[in-house]
Design a protein. Structure first.
Length: 286
């Protein structure tokens, strides 16, 4: 009888532990909570910074720099650049066709990171977007065959310096630091860095990031590694020349990964270019 009582007691203890474990969330379901799945995102009205996008060419390749600049200015003057931008930003088809009858022509290689819509992204195996089409138009003017090499964003400048590619178009901002390694063409677009937050966020203005949270802790800011969002938030918020840090920068290989971290509650906001920001928010809020 005592043996039966002991066995029964053990069974009851195990059953109780299982019940408590389940009540505490100790299950193997790894799906995101409904609140994360349903999180709505918004872009703050205040801009973080405005910047110029340009094409990067190796320091020693002055002839290619001159050739690309001449082609780019021609395409800006005849309206081709604006038509390409309108296609991807406003949905206005232009009917232009690039890179026909290029077999046998000299190859010119462009380095990019195809994770930055609408400037560069993938449709199936093809890399498309504003930068891809402008590059194709430039290659046509130069009488060359365009080949696009996809790589991590922060690998583009090392690849250019090493001679693995001929130029970079990747929503690349002109900065004094980058000018130490590469030469830039004239600007072909103006980029605006914006802040993406969850609706109802404590962050209501880009200026909020320049002070710690109300409880004194640091903001967690998501960025795509190596981009201008990464550079400026690092300089301004994580490693300021004056004052104390106000944010911890969380770096991701893709802008989409940073946005997913925001949805999952791993960061408080994401700083990224306005056009990709609109794409990411629209996709999330469907």
């Amino acid at each position: 009888m005592k043996k039966f009582v002991k066995i029964f007691a053990v069974i009851m203890v195990i059953a109780t532990m299982v019940s408590v474990f389940a009540a505490c969330g100790g299950n193997t379901n790894t799906e995101e909570p409904d609140a994360a799945k349903d999180a709505k995102l918004a872009i703050l009205d205040t801009e973080y910074i405005t910047e110029d996008y340009a094409i990067a060419v190796a320091k020693e390749d002055t002839q290619l720099l001159a050739d690309i600049n001449a082609a780019l200015n021609q395409l800006k003057e005849n309206g081709t650049v604006k038509k390409i931008q309108d296609k991807y930003i406003s949905g206005v088809e232009h009917g232009l066709v690039f890179q026909q009858n290029v077999e046998g022509k000299e190859v010119i290689k462009m380095g990019t990171n195809a994770e930055f819509p609408p400037y560069e992204f993938k449709e199936g195996d093809a890399i498309v977007g504003i930068d891809a089409e402008i590059a194709a138009a430039i290659a046509d003017v130069l009488g060359k065959k365009l080949v696009i090499e996809d790589m991590l964003f922060d690998a583009t400048i090392p690849a250019l310096v090493a001679g693995k590619i001929d130029f970079i178009m990747a929503g690349l901002t002109v900065t004094e630091e980058r000018k130490q390694s590469v030469n830039f063409t004239d600007s072909y677009a103006t980029g605006v860095q914006v802040v993406i937050v969850k609706e109802g966020s404590e962050i209501t203005s880009a200026e909020d990031l320049f002070a710690p949270k109300a409880d004194g802790s640091l903001w967690k800011v998501g960025v795509q590694q190596g981009t201008t969002g990464d550079l400026y938030t690092t300089w301004d918020l994580e490693e300021p020349e004056e004052g104390e840090p106000t944010a911890q920068i969380e770096r991701y290989n893709k802008g989409a990964d940073a946005v997913q971290a925001l949805v999952a509650g791993k960061v408080d906001c994401v700083v990224i270019d306005n056009e990709p920001a609109k794409e990411f928010v629209a996709v999330n809020n469907k």
